[in-house]
Design a protein around this ligand. Structure first.
Ligand code: AR6
Length: 172
C-alpha cells in the first residue's frame, strides 16, 4: 500500500472512500464530521440514522460505512476516535483500532483508495505527535493488499509538517 500526504479539505477528494472522525451517535457534529455532512448532503445522515437501530451506533475504535452522498468519493467510513484523557485510559489502542477497523471495512467493500483525517486530534484533543505516530505505525503494519493507496489529509500547515517529518522517520 502506497502512503501519501496531502494538505487540504478531505471532502474534496476523488478517492474511493474518505474516513470521518465521528462520534458514537453518528448523528454529525463539528470539525471534519460537520464538513463531510455539509458537503455530502442529507443522504449520509439518513444512512447513519439507520445504523444505530442495527448496531447501537458506533463504539469508540470501531468503524461503519455509508454512502458518500454528493461527494466525489463513493463511501464515507465513520470511525469514532477516543477522547484524550491523559493517555492512561487505553486511548492509544483505541486510536489504532480506528485505523485498522476503517481499513478492514474499506477492504471488505473493494476500496482501493482511502483518505484519513487526523482522527481525535481536534475536538477530542489527542496530542498530534503521538496520534501521528500511532496512525503511521498502524497503517504501515496493516495487511490489506486490495487497498492500493492511502492518503493522510492534514487540514493545516503545522499538522502537515509534523506528518511529513514522521512519515520520513517511520515509513521506510
Ligand atoms: N478536511 C480534513 N481535515 C479536517 C477538516 C476537513 N474538511 N476539517 C477539520 N479537519 P475533529 P476529533 C481536521 O475535531 O478530534 C466532531 O464534532 C482537524 O483540523 O474534526 O476526532 C465529531 O462529531 C483535525 O486535525 O475530530 C466528534 O464529536 C482533525 O480533522 C468530534 O468532533 C480531527 O478533528 C470528534 O473529534
Amino acid at each position: 500500500m502506497e502512503i501519501e500526504l496531502l494538505k487540504g479539505d478531505i471532502t474534496q477528494l476523488a478517492v474511493d472512500a474518505i474516513v470521518n472522525a465521528a462520534n458514537t451517535s453518528l448523528l454529525g457534529g463539528g470539525g471534519v464530521d460537520g464538513a463531510i455532512h455539509q458537503a455530502g448532503g442529507p443522504e449520509i445522515l439518513a444512512e447513519c440514522q439507520k445504523i444505530p437501530a442495527q448496531q447501537g451506533g458506533c463504539k469508540v475504535g470501531e468503524a461503519v460505512i455509508t454512502t458518500a452522498g454528493n461527494l466525489k468519493a463513493n463511501y464515507v467510513i465513520h470511525t469514532v476516535g477516543p477522547i484524550w484523557k491523559g493517555g492512561k485510559f487505553g486511548e492509544a489502542e483505541l486510536l489504532k483500532n480506528c485505523y485498522i477497523n476503517s481499513l478492514k471495512i474499506a477492504s471488505e467493500h473493494g476500496v482501493k483508495s482511502i483518505a484519513f483525517p487526523n482522527i481525535s486530534t481536534g475536538v477530542y484533543e489527542y496530542p498530534l505527535e503521538e496520534a501521528a505516530e500511532i496512525a503511521i505505525k498502524a497503517v504501515s503494519e496493516a495487511n490489506f493488499p486490495e487497498i492500493e493507496i492511502l492518503t493522510f489529509v492534514c487540514f493545516n500547515q503545522e499538522d502537515y509538517e509534523l506528518y511529513d517529518q514522521k512519515l520520513n522517520q517511520m515509513h521506510k
